[in-house]
Write a protein that binds this ligand. Structure first.
Ligand SMILES: Nc1nc2c(c(=O)[nH]1)N[C@H]1C(S)=C(S)[C@@H](COP(=O)(O)O)O[C@H]1N2
Ligand SMILES: [Mo]
Length: 188
């Protein structure tokens, strides 16, 4: 299936675990999903409110910048787009920083337009099973169309910005957008 593999990628069968730092403990009593920054209305949802949102499934290919790709990954969870629409990004908003609740405070930055892609998920399930903690459970972002470092595990926050900012890997030389088909691996 070479037409499904972006340049420099190879398909793997298993599911590599890849992240910086230790897997954090999830506390459902303290977790909140927040959308804030350059928005008209901040969104804040606790775990029960998040769990009550409509659920969707998406099966898509997924590409890590370290050259592995997974084909037909089946994710389940909550569509991100309606939550961003609810927050109402202000006209000047162009960028976003997505935050994890791990000890590292991992973040990924991306153009707001890419975060608004209707396929993006706050994934809680994989192949119909709850997402394991090492893969970002109970909830991670999935942005299928960008390199996987943008798909923040253990997500809690989306910060909408009217100016560019850089996340964990972007600060370390990785690309601000990260389109695998354009091989946007690092900054020029
Ligand atoms: N919080 C957090 N999310 C993260 C990372 C990380 O280090 N911390 N690594 C990213 C990278 S580089 C990849 S390839 C994917 C890997 O997800 P997986 O371990 O479920 O395959 O998670 C992304 N999300
Ligand atoms: Mo990655």
């Amino acid at each position: 299936m070479p037409d499904r593999l972006p340049p420099g990628q190879r398909a793997v069968r298993g599911w590599p675990v890849l992240h910086e730092g230790p897997v954090p403990r999830f506390d459902p009593a303290r977790w909140r999903l927040r959308v804030w920054g350059a928005v008209s209305r901040e969104v804040e949802l606790d775990w029960p409110a998040f769990q009550a949102l409509p659920r969707v499934e998406r099966t898509r290919d997924w590409h890590c910048v370290t050259t592995w790709s997974r084909l037909d990954v089946r994710w389940g969870g909550v569509a991100l787009r309606p939550l961003l629409d609810r927050a109402g990004p202000r006209p000047e908003a162009r960028h976003a920083l997505v935050h994890a609740f791990d000890a590292l405070g991992y973040t990924a930055s991306l153009p707001l337009a890419d975060l608004l892609h209707p396929d993006n998920l706050l994934a809680t399930h994989h192949d119909g099973e709850p997402l394991p903690p090492e893969h970002g459970g109970p909830v991670r972002l999935v942005v299928h169309h960008l390199y996987a470092w943008k798909s923040v595990k253990w997500v809690w926050g989306v910060e909408v910005l009217d100016r560019p900012a850089r996340g964990y890997w972007e600060e370390r030389g990785y690309h601000d957008r990260g389109d695998p088909w354009a091989e946007e691996r690092t900054h020029r």
